[in-house]
Design a protein around this ligand. Structure first.
Ligand code: IPD
Ligand code: CA
Ligand code: CA
Length: 267
């Protein structure tokens, strides 16, 4: 295994142990509302500390972008770790056993390794750029489904961007009319990994932050998927608006998003 992937997986397991020990133990942690309907717990903060300590112990001069701490470490480094200590905090707070630790490493802005760990199912999704994607060491690939007929699509409502809701609900009604069913599971990093291993046929969500998707994006692409924004372009890294699936599924989803002129790569 790529040495940096190895360290990331070790850090994810340490944080995952904390999550597993505390899930469902509502009295064992405190909950705070950072913004409306956007929660953080003392376990998120403990997990983040364990991860940052583990990474910076091995890579002292690297930089870190972490959901709860912001930028730490050496801000001039070419290497930046992007960390979501608990992706699915609302599930965690409610005792719903679906959340993950997400860790990615970017080198000059390009994602080199990614780890998404579900401590409840003991599922470790990993990828290193150019080397494929794996679930607990076994190679994974996106589903081969080539149309929305029979497809299960992961998504999420834009509850943190209420002004986007009417447009999203329009899109949602077109989606549900054309696919088999949708899932709103509550952890974007796992949504991307579920597309990567074929559990979902596609996934779309708006307004994600880099720590939600940095690792899952690489894992999905290394599993043969593609990711675009809602126009079929590459702007998702900045906008956090993601549509994904195998190339044919992405094309079908973009049609639902009303994209008239697909970029050349998707024609
Ligand atoms: C959230 C989850 C959720 C997604 C939200 C994210 P958090 O992350 O990934 O599935 O719909 O957009 O913010 O807050 O639990 O780390
Ligand atoms: Ca998140
Ligand atoms: Ca989080």
């Amino acid at each position: 295994m790529h040495p940096m992937l190895n360290i990331a997986a070790r850090a994810a397991r340490s944080a995952g142990n904390l999550i597993a020990r505390n899930l469902g133990q509502q009295g064992s942690f405190e909950v705070e509302e950072k913004n409306k309907d956007d929660l953080v717990t003392t376990i998120d903060k403990q997990c983040e500390k364990v991860i940052i300590d583990t990474l910076l112990k091995s890579y002292r001069d690297h930089s870190v972008l972490a959901e709860e701490s912001g930028v730490v470490g050496n801000p001039d480094s070419e290497y930046q770790w992007v960390i979501d200590p608990i992706d699915g905090t609302t599930n965690f707070v409610k005792g719903i056993a679906h959340c993950a630790v997400s860790i990615a490493l970017r080198h000059n802005g390009k994602t080199e390794v990614g780890v998404v760990f579900d401590p409840m199912l003991n599922e470790m999704f990993t990828a290193a750029r150019g080397e494929g994607a794996f679930l607990n060491g076994h190679r994974i690939r996106v589903s081969p489904r080539d149309s929305l007929d029979g497809a299960i699509i992961g998504t999420a409502f834009p509850t943190r961007y209420r002004d986007r809701m009417p447009a999203y609900l329009d899109l949602f009604s077109r989606l549900i009319a054309n696919c088999a069913d949708v899932r709103r599971m509550g952890s974007a990093s796992l949504d991307l990994c579920y597309v990567a291993c074929g559990r979902f046929d596609g996934y779309l969500e708006q307004g994600l932050k880099p720590w939600d998707f940095a690792a899952g994006d690489l894992i999905l692409r290394e599993a043969g998927g593609i990711v675009s924004d809602f126009m079929g372009e590459t702007g998702y890294v900045k906008s956090g608006n993601l549509v994904s699936g195998n190339p044919k599924m992405l094309r079908a989803l973009l049609k639902i998003c009303d994209v008239q002129n697909l970029p050349a790569i998707l024609k």
